[in-house]
Design a protein around this ligand. Structure first.
Ligand code: AN7
Length: 394
């Protein structure tokens, strides 16, 4: 049992024991939220700042584990893009995405609690991250992927780290149904998708790091797929406020691709649940999700923060991808959605003098096929290279 935690169902309010194997409400099947029962003694910014900038800097506010499975995740750079604009570059995590923050926590718990096998459905990044952390932890990993729709770098990582790969026909959502059906304590198969609230406990450190380094911005702009990250970030900020470590909260702007916008479209329309779709489509395959499982948490986060959502087309994503690239920042298309959404919101919902942090969730190398081909300069010898350069420069 985890000290200082209890689990509360966000749907029916039922309380469960804070056990890593308790993942969904045993009464109604709803999502659970780990609640820190009381502020741990001695928690303060100076205490945290005496440690390396990383997920485990904030260990008093995370589930207690004896020996974390860690590769130095978190501590990612906040890159300044403009006077009041920053980008938190999650692409530099050990496996190249923000998922590592959650895996270090949830895989550590799974191993301590006797799991021998772990599983996830994935559009790619969760699979890459889980496979890496599982192999460090000595666990066997199974990944369920939407066939033909996982970016090349991510699939390569899952293979490199030794996962058993199962491909399904249909989108991510079908793969997730399979995991929810198959996982469980009876067969010692631990699920690591974001319906597992212990993984999101790790991801909430994104909020902690932003508050730690910059203070509280006016806006956090991020892509929404399965809606775990937006839920985790909101939990992080609200905890800091409850514990007196910050005195205000940011607003959240959740961005989705036009062909996969069940939450963004519904929230814009003032609805209280998503427009689910069975045929999500976007070139940003990371967020090609039609039935986001964390939608109740995400709607709550958007409402409580007085946030907004925005829908961006694949063309707008590509354009944002390219322009970030020309600023030296290589992200994958889903992460470029943050920037594309920001550009649409700025001057309207986002005021010109407001402080904004964009979350860039994954690295450009994840999805090399999303980077367009260009004509290269073809020459045969050193001599010709030199004269070609003279022609181009002079
Ligand atoms: C780069 O890996 O769902 O809203 O299976 O890889 O928390 O789902 C990935 C999601 C944004 C969306 N950016 O985050 C998976 C998966 C990138 C991502 C998201 C994902 P959530």
């Amino acid at each position: 049992m985890l000290p200082n935690y209890e689990l509360k169902c966000v749907k029916c309010g039922y309380f469960m024991e804070a056990d890593p194997w308790n993942i969904l409400c045993s009464k109604c099947g709803g999502l659970l939220e780990p609640v820190i029962v009381k502020k741990p003694l001695g928690v303060s910014w100076p205490l945290f700042r005496a440690r390396k900038f990383s997920v485990w800097r904030y260990k008093e506010l995370l589930p207690k584990v004896r020996s974390p499975v860690t590769m130095g995740e978190g501590g990612t750079p906040l890159i300044r893009l403009g006077d009041d604009l920053w980008l938190k570059f999650e692409g530099v995590n050990p496996t190249g995405s923000f998922k590592d923050r959650g895996m270090t926590v949830a895989i550590s718990l799974a191993r301590e609690r006797g799991a021998k096998n772990v599983i996830c459905a994935s559009t790619g990044n969760t699979a890459a991250s889980m496979a890496a952390y599982a192999s460090r932890a000595g666990l066997r990993s199974f990944v369920v992927l939407p066939r033909g729709k996982v970016a090349r770098g991510k699939l390569a990582q899952a293979i490199l780290h030794g996962a058993v790969i199962i491909e399904v026909d249909g989108p991510f959502d079908v793969a997730l149904d399979a995991v929810m059906m198959a996982a469980g304590r009876e067969i010692g198969l631990y699920p690591l998708n974001s319906f597992n609230p212990w993984r999101l406990e790790g991801q909430k450190t994104l909020a902690y790091e932003i508050a730690d380094e910059l203070g509280v911005p006016d806006w956090i702009v991020l892509p929404i797929g399965n809606a775990g990250n937006i839920s985790a970030i909101w939990k992080g900020f609200t905890e800091l406020k409850n514990f007196g470590l910050i005195n205000r909260l940011p607003k959240l702007a959740g961005i989705q691709a036009a062909g996969a916008a069940p939450i963004a479209k519904a929230f814009k329309d003032g609805r209280d649940m998503p427009y689910f779709t069975d045929q999500p489509e976007t070139l940003a395959t990371a967020i090609r999700i039609g039935r986001p499982v964390n939608w109740p948490k995400a709607f709550k986060a958007l409402r409580e923060s007085r946030g907004v959502t925005e829908v961006v087309t694949d063309e707008e994503i590509s354009e944002a991808h390219r322009s970030l690239g020309r600023m030296g920042i290589g992200v994958e298309p889903a992460s470029a959605a943050s920037f594309a959404g920001y550009l649409k919101l700025k001057g309207a919902e986002i005021g010109d003098d407001e402080k904004v942090v964009l979350i860039a969730t994954g690295h450009a190398l994840k999805d090399p096929d999303a980077i367009p081909h260009v004509e290269t300069v073809r020459v045969s010898g050193a001599e010709e290279v030199a004269s070609a350069l003279r022609r181009m420069i002079l």
